[in-house]
Structure formats: structure tokens, C-alpha cells
Unconditional design. Structure first.
Ligand code: NZQ
Ligand code: ZN
Length: 385
């Protein structure tokens, strides 16, 4: 097991009616900016619950319209509002995009060294940020309990991430009932995103980490077991609650302690989204089988372990178990109605060439063994047409 340092300061308030605790979590004298997306929170009653909990005595401003794959251009409009009204607390209400956008707004509002895009493009250090709290409505990204944000830029078609301890939410409220209004597409995205977060930290090199492996396997098995119920029953509280907790646990830093992570699927997936607009979860279901096939020999031991411990496949040689693991994962995505091929979204070789070229320009090499060159990215994507 590798050495590691782990600290996660996020306070989680989980469960039914937990939005009612919002008032007690915020300083009485805070100047609050509520941030949200395209309006789902106004249709499903979450906005109403937030406003009721905050009461009438607070100073509250609002900023709506943070889009899926939040745009730098949109976030910068909110930064202006933060400066104008001297906002002291940002309350993100929505999915991962609203949370990520808000984390960037928080950091950009305190950034004084030039254009905040530098935080994303050149990893400029974030030394301070407006405190952020969240009310999560879409279990998927883990943003509610991590220090990561992913931001897109419209005019350059870029999608980049940054990390900083300053952007951990102070608290996140997770009420599974807020997920009842999710369309099937977003629910599937959330399941796949959570599943792939675990796999990116688990299907790498074997460092003899039985606890971390079993923690990963527990989340994967729970998701496999829950998926039929999640997709067939809209108001099954227990399955929604378990999905929500799985998603948070999958990317709060816990699983990556002492192990080596991959993240090639995410890096390639982000480019697919940047160039084509497909959803984050959709991009991952396409890419991961390809990454595994091209990294087969480096990953075969863990793939075989995953086949046995998660999918209960037995009685085969290690290499055949590893192959079966790739097939059964793709089938899992297919069975839930998640496309696994670029052709399913009419994405062709022209986009693949642009993605490979972009990695080449950045000098980016991906994967836990630094073996995925831009040429390999191209081959992986060609194999997924
Ligand atoms: O915008 P509104 O109207 O709120 O609608 C949203 C949006 O259209 C809707 N939605 C959210 N909660 C809902 C709901 N509709 C009905 N009922 C609800 N309860 O769902 C749509 C998608 O929302 P979005 O926030 O974009 O989805 P998600 O949570 O999957 O976030 C995706 C973004 O997070 C990034 C992705 O790259 C992408 O930009 N990621 C962030 C990570 C992180 N911060 O750690 C890690 C991830 O790997 C990922 O990269
Ligand atoms: Zn993800």
C-alpha cells in the first residue's frame, strides 16, 4: 500500500427532510447567493424547501442558469454578482454542474492574480474562496464531498478541472427524496458515473490493498443490485438513499487512499463532452471498455479479481476472467439502456482526430502507467466507433 494523507472536512447532513436544517448550518449574518441550474429545483419543490428553511430575516440573492457542464462564461457573471453584493456564502442547489460551477465562482471571486481561467488552464493556485454549502439533487459526481470542480469554456470547447482544499463544501445536504424527479437519463448517468469513479480507483495495479478493494467492490455490488429497482421505481426511498450514499463515497477521496488511480477514462470522456456535448456519464460508458482493452495486460489481475468478487464469475483462467469482466461491464451498461458506442451518438473519426490532436498539443500521457499516449487515445476511440 502506498503512503497517503487523508483529510475531508465536509459535514454531511443526510436523509428525509434534511433541507429543514439549512438555517442552522449558515451564519445568521451571511450574505448568501443561492446558485442553481435550469429550473428543476423550482419544479420539484426543492427551491421552496430551501427558501422556507432560510426564513425571511436573511440577506439572500439568487443566480440561476448554471448549465450542465457549467460554463466559465456563465460562472463569471455570478462572480460579478458576488463582488457587487459582497457575498459571504454561496449555497449551491442542484446537481454536480451547479456544485462545480459554484466552487469555481467561489474561487474566482477571491482570485486577484488576473483572469480566473488561469485556475483551470494553468493550475494557478487557489489560496482562498467564498465558503460553499450545497443541497444536492443528483447523485453522481461526488462533488458534494470533494475538492474538485470541472468547468467548460464555450468559445474554445475546453473542459478542464481544478482541485483545491479551499473549495470543499462546508456542508452538503443529501435528501434522497430530491432525486424522485430525476429523468431516467440523469439517473442512468448518475449510476454510470458513480460506477466508473469506483473502477478508475480499483481497476489499476495490484498493491495488495484488500480493504480498499473490498470497499470498492461493496459500492459496485450495491449499484448492480440496486439498478433495476432504481430504474423501475421512481419513489423507492431506500434505493435512492443507497445510490446517493454510494455516489458520495465513490469520490470523496476515501477509495483512493493508498492505491494508484487511473482517470484516463475521465480525461478522454471530458474531451468527448467538450467537442460533442454528450453527457458526462454517457461518455464514460463508451470509453472505459476501450481503455481496459488497450491496458489489458496491466489491468488483468484486478479485472480478474473484479470478475470474481463483483460479478461472481468463477472457474476460468485469470486472463479469461479479465476478458469476461470487460464484457459483463459493457452488458451492464447496455442492459440499463446506456449506449456504449460512439456511433450511437453519431460521433465519427473527425472528432476522434481532434481529441487525439488536443492531447498531443498538451503533451498529455494518461493512465496509471503513463502508457496512454495521444496515439493510443486515438486507437481506443476508434475501437469504440
Ligand atoms: O439544471 P437543472 O434544471 O437543475 O437540471 C439538471 C440538468 O439538466 C437536471 N437535474 C439535476 N437534479 C435534478 C434534475 N432534474 C430533475 N430532478 C432533479 N432532482 O439534471 C441535468 C444534469 O445535471 P448535472 O448537474 O449536469 O449532472 P451531474 O450531476 O451528472 O454533473 C455533471 C458535471 O459534473 C462533472 C461532469 O464533468 C459534468 O460537468 N463532474 C464533476 C466531478 C467532481 N466535481 O468531482 C467529477 C465527475 O467525474 C464529473 O467530471
Ligand atoms: Zn465522473
Amino acid at each position: 500500500m502506498n503512503n497517503f494523507t487523508y483529510q475531508n472536512p465536509v459535514k454531511i447532513i443526510f436523509g428525509k427532510d434534511s433541507i429543514g436544517q439549512l438555517d442552522s448550518l449558515l451564519p445568521k449574518d451571511a450574505v448568501i447567493l443561492i446558485t442553481y441550474g435550469g429550473g428543476s429545483i423550482k419544479k420539484n419543490g426543492v427551491y421552496e424547501q430551501v427558501i422556507t428553511s432560510l426564513g425571511k430575516k436573511r440577506t439572500v440573492f439568487e443566480f440561476g442558469g448554471i448549465e450542465p457542464n457549467p460554463l466559465y462564461e456563465t460562472c463569471m457573471k455570478a462572480v460579478e454578482i458576488c463582488k457587487k453584493h459582497k457575498i459571504t456564502f454561496l449555497l449551491a442547489v442542484g446537481g454536480g454542474s451547479v456544485l462545480d460551477g459554484t466552487k469555481f465562482i467561489a474561487a474566482a471571486a477571491h482570485y486577484t492574480d488576473g483572469d480566473p481561467w488561469e485556475i483551470l488552464a494553468n493550475k494557478a493556485v487557489v489560496n482562498s474562496a467564498i465558503p460553499v454549502g450545497s443541497v444536492l439533487t443528483l447523485p453522481a459526481t461526488g462533488s458534494e464531498m470533494n475538492s474538485l470542480a470541472v468547468i467548460s469554456r464555450d468559445n474554445t470547447k475546453e473542459k478542464l478541472h481544478f482541485c483545491s482544499p479551499c473549495i470543499y463544501p462546508v456542508f452538503s445536504i443529501l435528501d434522497p427524496e430530491t432525486t424522485y424527479s430525476l429523468p431516467a437519463r440523469q439517473l442512468k448517468n448518475g449510476i454510470v458515473d458513480t460506477f466508473v469513479h469506483v473502477l478508475e480507483q480499483y481497476i489499476t495495479m495490484d498493491l495488495n490493498t484488500p480493504l480498499q478493494d473490498r470497499q470498492a467492490e461493496a459500492i459496485l455490488k450495491t449499484l448492480i443490485e440496486l439498478t433495476p429497482r432504481l430504474l423501475s421505481s421512481q419513489k423507492d426511498y431506500d434505493s435512492r438513499a443507497s445510490l446517493m450514499w454510494c455516489a458520495t463515497q465513490a469520490l470523496n477521496g476515501h477509495l483512493s487512499c493508498g492505491v494508484v488511480s487511473d482517470w484516463a477514462t475521465h480525461m478522454i470522456g471530458h474531451e468527448l463532452t467538450a467537442f460533442t456535448g454528450i453527457d458526462h456519464g454517457q461518455s464514460l460508458a463508451i470509453v472505459i471498455p476501450g481503455v481496459w482493452k488497450y491496458q489489458f495486460w496491466d489491468k488483468s489481475k484486478k479485472l480478474a479479481k473484479y470478475a470474481t468478487n463483483v460479478w461472481n464469475i468463477e472457474g476460468l483462467m485469470e486472463i479469461d476472467l479479465a476478458k469476461a469482466a470487460i464484457d459483463v461491464t459493457e452488458e451492464f451498461f447496455d442492459d440499463m439502456g446506456m449506449f456504449t458506442r460512439l456511433g450511437d451518438y453519431d460521433i465519427d473519426v473527425e472528432i476522434i482526430d481532434r481529441i487525439a490532436e488536443r492531447f498531443k498539443q498538451r503533451g498529455a500521457i494518461l493512465g496509471e502507467n503513463n502508457a496512454i499516449t495521444p496515439e493510443v487515445v486515438r486507437e481506443i476511440l476508434i475501437s469504440r466507433l
